[in-house]
Design a protein around this ligand. Structure first.
Ligand code: GTP
Ligand code: MG
Length: 430
């Protein structure tokens, strides 16, 4: 085994040099901080790598010029190559019967506790514990190397390695990067130093912080003698009609009090559009009115004035189809009653933040009061939802988590959204 050292202003830079010089096969032995960063000089890191004799001979043969210095060290010092470390950790993580994802779930204490349960031989247990600790250090080191490189790219903001997990989670969730950086900055300014000690406490802090940032519209039933008129608008096929059916069922027979619910359909041009809601109305024995032209809207509202809840389904429109959106707007203009209409923009959670924002901007002239996100069951990232709310400050009212009427509807809460975002969607949690 030949041992080589490489230096650089960050561990990542030194590692890159090593890779360039000796290739991917090198085994990482140690990383040292040789000199701390100061006002007058950059930091200096040294990494020590080992390559096996055959590779070393091939390298010599090539007579590649290298600034690396050779030192003597016994092969026993070599722990693992990077890929070997990753493989070993995945194997050990299986002991926990949980996700073996390296960075996410590697928790030395938990693994040790599980091994302890299974092993009675103290010597064997100590060996395993030592081995796991070594691997834990290795993982941290690898994480930090990549992290240093990534955090350098963030403008004016140095983010400590303990934040790497939460940064990765929020980024994978589809949250807008500018938003992530703003929130990181805020956190770094306000988070107590003691809480920054490890990624677990950082994650908990973030969870609380993000929850506080989500605006939610509490579900309020209409006061006695009053009524609620809710209109669902949004792009085609996002689940407006299905959601109207779920809401109708919720208000008419799933709450403590059973409310009188009436339905209005504005989407009367498309074949089948009325029929879809008509079927639900028949099943739930609800009154239903259809509106073809905007002037009919006022009489449809009047006809439903005996109801506690009036739910209005609208034609789905491409966010770029100004004509259809204008038609809905015209209907709203024909509301000569004193009924306040709450406009709910229905959006699918499965599209990226930029598309959500563009859609929001196009429906905004209708006067969006709250937002409802559908198809949570069809996506894995929820940061796009968070970002849209962060950007627009519009509260969410409901989530739709599947096709089943009426059960796949969740009254929005910040806990629910942030839990989905950081820990993944689970349809049984609501
Ligand atoms: N997986 C999943 N599918 C859903 C959800 N909500 C609605 N759907 C399905 O999406 C499809 C379209 O639903 P609709 O309720 O007809 O959508 P819409 O917005 O009324 O459509 P248009 O009236 O054509 O604009 C149907 O197959 C629904 O069953 C949801 O939360 N998750
Ligand atoms: Mg529809």
């Amino acid at each position: 085994m030949k041992i080589l050292t490489f230096s650089g202003t960050s561990p990542a830079e030194a590692l890159k040099k090593a890779q360039q010089s000796v290739g991917e096969e090198a085994m990482l032995i140690e990383t040292k901080e040789i000199r701390k960063k100061s006002l007058t000089q950059t930091a200096l890191y040294e990494i020590i790598v080992g390559i096996d004799d055959a590779a070393a001979a091939a390298l010599d043969a090539k007579k590649k010029s290298s600034t690396a210095a050779t030192i003597n060290r016994s092969p026993a010092d070599v722990l693992y190559g990077i890929s070997e470390a990753a493989r070993q950790i995945s194997k050990i993580a299986e002991v926990t019967d949980e996700d073996s994802s390296l960075a996410k779930d590697y928790d030395v204490n938990r693994v040790v506790a599980r091994v302890k349960e299974k092993s009675t031989d103290p010597l064997e247990f100590k060996q395993i514990k030592d081995e796991i600790s070594k691997l834990g250090d290795k993982v941290k080191l690898i994480q930090n190397m990549f992290w240093d490189e990534r955090s350098d790219k963030m403008v004016n903001l140095h983010i400590p390695p303990e934040f790497s997990e939460i940064y990765k989670l929020t980024l994978q969730s589809g949250m807008n990067t500018a938003h992530i950086e703003e929130i990181m900055k805020l956190t770094l300014e306000h988070m107590p130093l003691k809480m920054r000690e490890n990624s677990e406490t950082v994650k908990r802090y973030f969870q609380v912080l993000l929850r506080k940032m989500v605006p939610v519209r509490m579900e309020r039933v209409p006061p006695k003698g009053d009524k609620k008129v809710i209109m669902l608008v949004g792009p085609t096929g996002v689940g407006k009609t299905t959601s109207i059916a779920k809401l109708a069922a919720r208000y008419s027979f799933m709450m403590q009090k059973k409310y009188k619910v009436g339905l209005i359909v504005l989407d009367t041009y498309r074949i089948g559009a009325v029929e879809q809601l008509m079927q639900y109305a028949r099943m739930m024995k609800l009154g239903i009115e259809t509106v073809v032209d905007p002037p009919e809207f006022a009489s449809a509202l009047n006809a439903m004035s005996y109801c506690d809840y009036i739910l209005i389904d609208t034609m789905g429109s491409s966010p770029y189809d100004k004509e259809k959106i204008t038609k809905i707007y015209d209907c709203l203009q024909h509301n000569t009653s004193n009924m306040q209409i709450e406009t709910v923009l229905v959006l699918p959670s499965s599209i990226k933040y930029e598309d959500l924002k563009a859609t929001y901007d196009n429906f905004e002239p209708l006067g969006v009061d709250t937002m409802m996100f559908t198809k949570l069951d069809e996506t894995r990232g929820f940061g796009n939802i968070f970002s849209l709310m962060y950007e627009t400050s519009k509260p969410i009212s409901y989530f739709s988590i599947g096709q089943e009427v009426p059960e796949d509807l969740v009254v929005a809460s910040s806990d629910y959204l942030i839990d989905c975002m950081l820990n993944g969607f689970d349809r049984n949690k609501r």
